[in-house]
Design a protein around this ligand. Structure first.
Ligand SMILES: Nc1ncnc2c1ncn2[C@@H]1O[C@H](COP(=O)(O)OP(=O)(O)OP(=O)(O)O)[C@@H](O)[C@H]1O
Length: 250
Protein backbone atom coordinates (compact mmCIF):
# COMPACT_ATOMS: atom_id res chain seq x y z
CA UNK A 1 0.00 0.00 0.00
CA UNK A 2 1.26 3.50 -0.88
CA UNK A 3 0.31 6.50 1.21
CA UNK A 4 1.25 10.09 0.36
CA UNK A 5 0.49 12.96 2.73
CA UNK A 6 1.07 16.69 2.16
CA UNK A 7 3.81 16.02 -0.37
CA UNK A 8 5.57 19.09 -1.78
CA UNK A 9 8.68 19.29 -3.95
CA UNK A 10 10.69 22.37 -4.89
CA UNK A 11 13.55 22.64 -7.37
CA UNK A 12 15.55 25.66 -6.15
CA UNK A 13 12.70 28.06 -5.52
CA UNK A 14 10.35 26.65 -8.17
CA UNK A 15 7.43 24.59 -6.86
CA UNK A 16 6.99 21.33 -8.81
CA UNK A 17 4.46 19.63 -6.50
CA UNK A 18 2.24 21.17 -3.86
CA UNK A 19 0.35 19.41 -1.11
CA UNK A 20 -0.30 16.06 -2.78
CA UNK A 21 -2.41 13.54 -0.83
CA UNK A 22 -3.31 10.08 -2.06
CA UNK A 23 -3.70 6.52 -0.96
CA UNK A 24 -3.31 3.49 -3.17
CA UNK A 25 -4.31 -0.06 -2.28
CA UNK A 26 -2.20 -3.08 -3.24
CA UNK A 27 -2.59 -4.53 -5.83
CA UNK A 28 -3.99 -1.84 -8.12
CA UNK A 29 -3.26 0.24 -11.17
CA UNK A 30 -2.93 4.02 -10.97
CA UNK A 31 -2.71 6.22 -14.05
CA UNK A 32 -1.32 9.74 -13.75
CA UNK A 33 -2.16 12.34 -16.39
CA UNK A 34 -1.27 16.00 -16.69
CA UNK A 35 0.26 18.60 -19.01
CA UNK A 36 4.00 18.87 -19.64
CA UNK A 37 5.78 20.19 -16.59
CA UNK A 38 2.89 19.23 -14.26
CA UNK A 39 5.19 17.34 -11.90
CA UNK A 40 4.30 13.78 -12.97
CA UNK A 41 7.89 12.54 -13.20
CA UNK A 42 8.70 14.42 -10.01
CA UNK A 43 5.92 12.52 -8.23
CA UNK A 44 7.33 9.20 -9.47
CA UNK A 45 10.82 10.23 -8.38
CA UNK A 46 9.50 11.16 -4.93
CA UNK A 47 8.02 7.67 -4.53
CA UNK A 48 11.38 6.26 -5.65
CA UNK A 49 13.25 8.43 -3.15
CA UNK A 50 15.19 10.15 -5.92
CA UNK A 51 14.28 13.75 -5.04
CA UNK A 52 14.10 15.71 -1.79
CA UNK A 53 10.56 16.31 -0.63
CA UNK A 54 8.51 17.67 2.21
CA UNK A 55 5.65 15.61 3.61
CA UNK A 56 5.19 11.91 4.12
CA UNK A 57 5.48 8.96 1.73
CA UNK A 58 5.00 5.44 3.06
CA UNK A 59 5.33 2.32 0.95
CA UNK A 60 4.05 -0.67 2.87
CA UNK A 61 4.85 1.41 5.94
CA UNK A 62 8.44 2.18 4.89
CA UNK A 63 10.31 5.20 3.55
CA UNK A 64 10.97 5.39 -0.23
CA UNK A 65 14.73 4.97 0.33
CA UNK A 66 14.09 1.66 2.10
CA UNK A 67 11.73 0.41 -0.58
CA UNK A 68 13.88 0.47 -3.71
CA UNK A 69 14.28 -3.30 -3.77
CA UNK A 70 10.52 -3.77 -4.17
CA UNK A 71 10.07 -1.17 -6.93
CA UNK A 72 10.80 -1.63 -10.62
CA UNK A 73 11.20 1.68 -12.50
CA UNK A 74 10.92 2.30 -16.22
CA UNK A 75 12.05 5.90 -16.81
CA UNK A 76 10.78 8.14 -19.57
CA UNK A 77 12.49 7.11 -22.81
CA UNK A 78 13.28 10.71 -23.85
CA UNK A 79 15.33 11.12 -20.69
CA UNK A 80 17.58 8.07 -20.97
CA UNK A 81 20.40 7.60 -23.41
CA UNK A 82 19.10 4.90 -25.74
CA UNK A 83 22.38 4.80 -27.63
CA UNK A 84 23.60 2.15 -25.19
CA UNK A 85 26.43 -0.03 -26.58
CA UNK A 86 24.87 -3.19 -25.12
CA UNK A 87 22.95 -6.21 -26.34
CA UNK A 88 19.24 -6.52 -25.59
CA UNK A 89 19.97 -9.31 -23.08
CA UNK A 90 22.40 -7.06 -21.18
CA UNK A 91 19.85 -4.28 -20.90
CA UNK A 92 17.31 -6.69 -19.38
CA UNK A 93 19.80 -8.50 -17.15
CA UNK A 94 21.55 -5.39 -15.80
CA UNK A 95 19.22 -4.61 -12.86
CA UNK A 96 19.22 -8.29 -11.88
CA UNK A 97 23.02 -8.40 -11.87
CA UNK A 98 23.38 -5.55 -9.42
CA UNK A 99 21.40 -7.49 -6.81
CA UNK A 100 23.93 -10.29 -6.53
CA UNK A 101 27.63 -9.77 -6.19
CA UNK A 102 28.48 -13.29 -7.25
CA UNK A 103 27.39 -12.87 -10.85
CA UNK A 104 24.54 -14.02 -12.96
CA UNK A 105 22.14 -16.74 -11.83
CA UNK A 106 20.43 -19.17 -14.15
CA UNK A 107 17.13 -17.99 -12.70
CA UNK A 108 17.91 -14.39 -13.75
CA UNK A 109 18.51 -15.51 -17.32
CA UNK A 110 15.23 -17.43 -17.26
CA UNK A 111 13.38 -14.39 -15.89
CA UNK A 112 14.97 -12.13 -18.51
CA UNK A 113 14.02 -14.52 -21.32
CA UNK A 114 10.49 -14.95 -20.01
CA UNK A 115 10.04 -11.17 -19.79
CA UNK A 116 11.35 -10.64 -23.33
CA UNK A 117 9.07 -13.37 -24.59
CA UNK A 118 6.14 -11.71 -22.88
CA UNK A 119 6.71 -8.48 -24.83
CA UNK A 120 7.41 -10.40 -28.05
CA UNK A 121 11.11 -9.52 -28.18
CA UNK A 122 12.93 -12.74 -27.28
CA UNK A 123 14.24 -13.17 -30.82
CA UNK A 124 16.26 -9.96 -30.27
CA UNK A 125 18.14 -11.46 -27.27
CA UNK A 126 21.57 -11.11 -28.92
CA UNK A 127 20.86 -7.98 -30.94
CA UNK A 128 22.47 -4.57 -30.28
CA UNK A 129 19.99 -2.50 -28.29
CA UNK A 130 20.83 0.73 -30.14
CA UNK A 131 19.90 -0.83 -33.48
CA UNK A 132 16.26 -1.31 -32.39
CA UNK A 133 13.45 1.09 -33.29
CA UNK A 134 12.03 3.42 -30.62
CA UNK A 135 8.98 1.22 -30.04
CA UNK A 136 11.11 -1.94 -29.85
CA UNK A 137 13.42 -0.29 -27.31
CA UNK A 138 10.36 0.60 -25.26
CA UNK A 139 9.28 -3.06 -25.23
CA UNK A 140 12.77 -4.08 -24.07
CA UNK A 141 12.59 -1.50 -21.27
CA UNK A 142 9.24 -2.97 -20.22
CA UNK A 143 10.79 -6.47 -20.25
CA UNK A 144 13.65 -5.15 -18.12
CA UNK A 145 11.24 -3.95 -15.47
CA UNK A 146 9.11 -7.12 -15.65
CA UNK A 147 12.17 -9.35 -15.19
CA UNK A 148 12.84 -7.76 -11.79
CA UNK A 149 9.64 -9.36 -10.41
CA UNK A 150 9.05 -6.28 -8.24
CA UNK A 151 5.94 -5.86 -6.14
CA UNK A 152 5.52 -2.28 -7.41
CA UNK A 153 6.06 -1.09 -10.98
CA UNK A 154 6.53 2.55 -11.88
CA UNK A 155 6.34 3.30 -15.58
CA UNK A 156 6.96 6.79 -16.99
CA UNK A 157 5.28 7.12 -20.40
CA UNK A 158 5.69 3.46 -21.36
CA UNK A 159 3.73 3.92 -24.60
CA UNK A 160 5.85 6.69 -26.12
CA UNK A 161 7.10 5.77 -29.61
CA UNK A 162 4.97 2.60 -29.71
CA UNK A 163 2.46 1.72 -32.42
CA UNK A 164 -1.16 0.88 -31.65
CA UNK A 165 -0.58 -2.90 -31.65
CA UNK A 166 2.32 -2.56 -29.19
CA UNK A 167 0.24 -0.26 -26.97
CA UNK A 168 -2.58 -2.80 -26.86
CA UNK A 169 -0.12 -5.60 -26.15
CA UNK A 170 1.56 -3.66 -23.34
CA UNK A 171 -1.84 -2.72 -21.88
CA UNK A 172 -2.82 -6.41 -21.96
CA UNK A 173 0.34 -7.37 -20.04
CA UNK A 174 -0.30 -4.65 -17.45
CA UNK A 175 -3.93 -5.72 -17.11
CA UNK A 176 -2.82 -9.23 -16.12
CA UNK A 177 -0.02 -8.00 -13.85
CA UNK A 178 -2.20 -5.67 -11.83
CA UNK A 179 -3.85 -8.67 -10.17
CA UNK A 180 -0.67 -9.16 -8.17
CA UNK A 181 1.23 -5.86 -8.37
CA UNK A 182 0.73 -2.18 -7.76
CA UNK A 183 1.41 -0.38 -11.01
CA UNK A 184 1.80 3.38 -11.40
CA UNK A 185 1.83 4.71 -14.95
CA UNK A 186 2.34 8.22 -16.27
CA UNK A 187 0.80 8.56 -19.70
CA UNK A 188 -0.54 11.18 -22.09
CA UNK A 189 -2.77 8.49 -23.61
CA UNK A 190 -5.06 6.85 -21.09
CA UNK A 191 -7.24 5.13 -23.73
CA UNK A 192 -5.38 1.79 -23.92
CA UNK A 193 -5.62 1.58 -20.12
CA UNK A 194 -9.13 2.80 -19.27
CA UNK A 195 -10.46 -0.71 -18.79
CA UNK A 196 -7.76 -1.75 -16.34
CA UNK A 197 -7.26 1.52 -14.44
CA UNK A 198 -8.37 1.40 -10.81
CA UNK A 199 -7.53 4.99 -9.95
CA UNK A 200 -6.85 8.03 -12.11
CA UNK A 201 -4.87 11.02 -10.86
CA UNK A 202 -5.09 14.31 -12.75
CA UNK A 203 -2.05 16.32 -11.74
CA UNK A 204 -1.05 19.90 -12.36
CA UNK A 205 1.37 20.66 -9.54
CA UNK A 206 -1.63 19.97 -7.31
CA UNK A 207 -4.22 17.24 -7.43
CA UNK A 208 -6.91 18.36 -9.88
CA UNK A 209 -8.86 15.11 -9.34
CA UNK A 210 -8.21 11.61 -7.98
CA UNK A 211 -10.55 8.62 -8.02
CA UNK A 212 -12.29 6.07 -10.23
CA UNK A 213 -11.89 6.62 -13.97
CA UNK A 214 -15.62 7.06 -14.61
CA UNK A 215 -15.83 9.74 -11.93
CA UNK A 216 -12.63 11.60 -12.80
CA UNK A 217 -12.46 11.45 -16.60
CA UNK A 218 -14.91 14.15 -17.62
CA UNK A 219 -14.73 17.27 -19.77
CA UNK A 220 -14.84 19.68 -16.84
CA UNK A 221 -11.82 18.06 -15.17
CA UNK A 222 -9.93 17.81 -18.46
CA UNK A 223 -10.41 21.53 -19.06
CA UNK A 224 -9.18 22.27 -15.53
CA UNK A 225 -6.17 20.06 -16.21
CA UNK A 226 -5.15 21.15 -19.69
CA UNK A 227 -6.78 24.57 -20.03
CA UNK A 228 -8.46 23.54 -23.30
CA UNK A 229 -11.60 21.61 -24.17
CA UNK A 230 -10.92 17.89 -24.53
CA UNK A 231 -13.91 15.82 -25.62
CA UNK A 232 -14.67 12.60 -23.75
CA UNK A 233 -16.83 9.81 -25.17
CA UNK A 234 -18.73 7.58 -22.78
CA UNK A 235 -19.89 4.11 -23.73
CA UNK A 236 -21.57 1.83 -21.24
CA UNK A 237 -19.06 1.37 -18.44
CA UNK A 238 -16.03 2.94 -20.11
CA UNK A 239 -15.01 6.38 -21.31
CA UNK A 240 -12.32 7.48 -23.72
CA UNK A 241 -10.50 10.70 -24.43
CA UNK A 242 -11.24 11.78 -27.98
CA UNK A 243 -7.91 12.59 -29.54
CA UNK A 244 -6.16 9.92 -27.48
CA UNK A 245 -2.77 11.38 -26.79
CA UNK A 246 -3.38 14.58 -24.84
CA UNK A 247 -0.13 16.50 -24.89
CA UNK A 248 -0.57 20.12 -23.88
CA UNK A 249 1.98 22.56 -22.48
CA UNK A 250 0.67 24.78 -19.71
N1 LIG B 1 16.17 18.40 -11.82
C1 LIG B 1 15.41 19.48 -11.98
N2 LIG B 1 15.88 20.71 -11.68
C2 LIG B 1 15.13 21.82 -11.82
N3 LIG B 1 13.85 21.81 -12.25
C3 LIG B 1 13.32 20.63 -12.56
C4 LIG B 1 14.06 19.40 -12.45
N4 LIG B 1 13.26 18.37 -12.84
C5 LIG B 1 12.08 18.92 -13.17
N5 LIG B 1 12.11 20.27 -13.01
C6 LIG B 1 10.99 21.20 -13.26
O1 LIG B 1 9.87 20.79 -12.47
C7 LIG B 1 8.67 20.86 -13.20
C8 LIG B 1 8.00 19.48 -13.24
O2 LIG B 1 8.80 18.60 -14.04
P1 LIG B 1 8.41 17.07 -14.31
O3 LIG B 1 9.50 16.47 -15.11
O4 LIG B 1 8.07 16.44 -13.02
O5 LIG B 1 7.08 17.26 -15.19
P2 LIG B 1 6.25 16.19 -16.02
O6 LIG B 1 4.82 16.38 -15.62
O7 LIG B 1 6.83 14.85 -15.86
O8 LIG B 1 6.43 16.73 -17.52
P3 LIG B 1 6.48 15.99 -18.98
O9 LIG B 1 5.06 15.60 -19.32
O10 LIG B 1 6.96 17.10 -19.88
O11 LIG B 1 7.44 14.85 -18.89
C9 LIG B 1 9.03 21.41 -14.57
O12 LIG B 1 8.76 22.79 -14.58
C10 LIG B 1 10.51 21.14 -14.70
O13 LIG B 1 11.14 22.10 -15.49
Amino acid sequence: MIEIQNLSVKYDSQIALENINLKLEHPSLLVIMGPNGAGKTTLLKSILGLVEYEGKIKIFGKEPEESRNIIGYMPQRDRVNTNIPLKVKDVVLMPLLSRYYFGIRLEDVKNAKRALERVGMLHYWDKNFSSLSGGEQQRVFLARVLAQSSKILILDEPFSATDVATKMKMAGILHKLKREKTIIIVTHDVNPLVECTDKLLLLRKRVIAFGDVMDVLNEENMEKLYGVKVPIVRRENVCYVLGGDVHVHH
